[in-house]
Write a protein that binds this ligand. Structure first.
Ligand SMILES: *Cc1c(COP(=O)(O)O)cnc(C)c1O
Length: 390
């Protein structure tokens, strides 16, 4: 039987009445841009995450761009980030004519390595260009937070702005020096994406910036409407970064279910691990399940499994085998950003980020969504087992 990689129709069926009613209300109001629904969503998501302010914007990519604009990142500035992320993270930096300065990931997990960050900053900051490193963008990949205490310690030493890319980690938690805190409240600001396939996905594009910094939030609100503080008066150059009322209305309905969905994803992840343990694949090392860094530390959202990503032996052959057996998979990501053609001008080469390059060859994402059935998980685990037994 063919299994879907993600079944958004199944999710919609569970909340259809509520969603359709909300859409109807917005349509009747004929108020489609920003407005009441967007403000409510901003307040609710800020409260959910534990941040003071939320600023709804047009996408997760735009949330990154507008945040960097607000802190004055521009031509010739450097922004440190990981090469093992979705393109938009570094794309946002480059769009502003700033320079992405890549730093490799941890050997076990998939997030920015604080030790390598320390080395990179020590090397760069003693150089001539030190003042041009403005910010760090840690990316909470697949739904598990970076080691933010260690990253913040480096940022403080060198006075860098910390912008969390939490597009894959809405609601994920980190047990650190400030207690258990959620994504987007650990640095200076954080960004979310409401792309339909994200854990909190709209019916189109959307995003948000969360921050405790009142002045920054104010700047973001101005930049979101072309830099206009009062109607048809422009003090700064912004853009159209607005969020739609329809998206906000839909997302407000979905937000009420988000914690249930997170639990559902965690249950699926546990189900995979159990099956791979039972069928002996963990013992052989053919399959390495995701490492849960914060699970044993009393954290409910230790991982929100935006993606369930294995490291596997013979990845490409396994992927074909699974495809032929009705199991769709995905590779996030097949090529480090340092090796992307559009970034060739940055001068990186193969070998620069060994952990990223290794991960690119090993990672395989299995279907993970709350509506995935036990029978489907059985089929997936059996198909993986069959590949390594033949
Ligand atoms: C999805 C994603 C983005 C971009 O979000 P969009 O809403 O698609 O623009 C940025 N960073 C990461 C890590 C993402 O996964």
């Amino acid at each position: 039987m063919q299994i879907p990689f993600l079944d958004l129709k199944a999710q919609y069926r569970t909340i259809q009445d509520e969603i359709d009613r909300k859409i109807g209300e917005v349509v009747v109001s004929q108020r489609f841009i920003l407005g009441e629904e967007v403000e409510q969503l901003e307040n609710e998501l800020a409260a959910y995450s534990g941040a003071k302010h939320g600023v709804g914007v047009s996408s997760g990519s735009d949330a990154l761009i507008i945040s960097l604009m607000a802190v004055g990142v521009g031509e010739g500035d450097y922004v440190v980030t990981t090469p093992f992320t979705f393109f938009a993270t570094a794309g946002a930096v480059a769009r502003l004519r700033a320079v992405p300065l890549f730093c490799d990931i941890e050997p076990d997990g998939f997030n920015l390595d604080p030790k390598k960050l320390e080395e990179l900053l020590a090397r760069k900051i003693t150089g001539r260009n030190n003042s041009r490193i403005k910010a760090i963008i840690p990316v909470h990949l697949y739904g598990q937070l970076c080691d933010m205490d260690a990253i913040n310690a480096q940022a403080e030493r060198f006075d860098l702005f910390v912008l969390e890319d939490a597009a894959q980690a809405v609601g994920s938690e980190y047990p650190g020096a400030q207690g258990v805190r959620r994504a987007c409240t650990l640095g200076n600001a954080g960004t979310l994406s409401f792309f339909p396939s994200k854990n909190l996905g709209g019916f189109g594009d959307g995003g948000m910036v969360l921050t405790d910094d009142t002045e920054l939030a104010e700047k973001l609100r101005i930049l979101r409407v072309h830099g206009s503080q009062s109607k048809y008066m422009y003090q700064t150059l912004g853009g159209n970064f607005r969020l739609d009322a329809l998206q906000a209305a839909i997302l407000r309905v979905k937000l009420k279910h988000l914690d249930d969905w997170h639990r559902g994803r965690q249950r699926i992840a546990d189900g995979y691990r159990q099956r791979f343990e039972d069928n002996g694949l963990l013992a052989t090392g053919a399959v390495q399940p995701p490492i849960e860094m914060y699970r044993e530390r009393g954290v409910a959202h230790y991982h929100t499994y935006h993606q369930y990503v294995l490291r596997v032996r013979d990845r490409d052959k396994l992927q074909l085998h699974l495809r032929d057996n009705g199991v769709p998979t995905a590779v996030y990501y097949p090529l480090g950003l340092h090796l992307q053609e559009c970034f060739s001008y940055l001068g990186y080469k193969l070998g620069d980020f060994p952990e990223t390059e290794k991960a690119c060859g090993e990672v395989l994402a299995l279907p993970v969504f709350p509506e995935l059935t036990e029978a489907q998980q059985d089929q997936i685990a059996e198909a993986v087992k069959a590949f390594y037994s033949s």
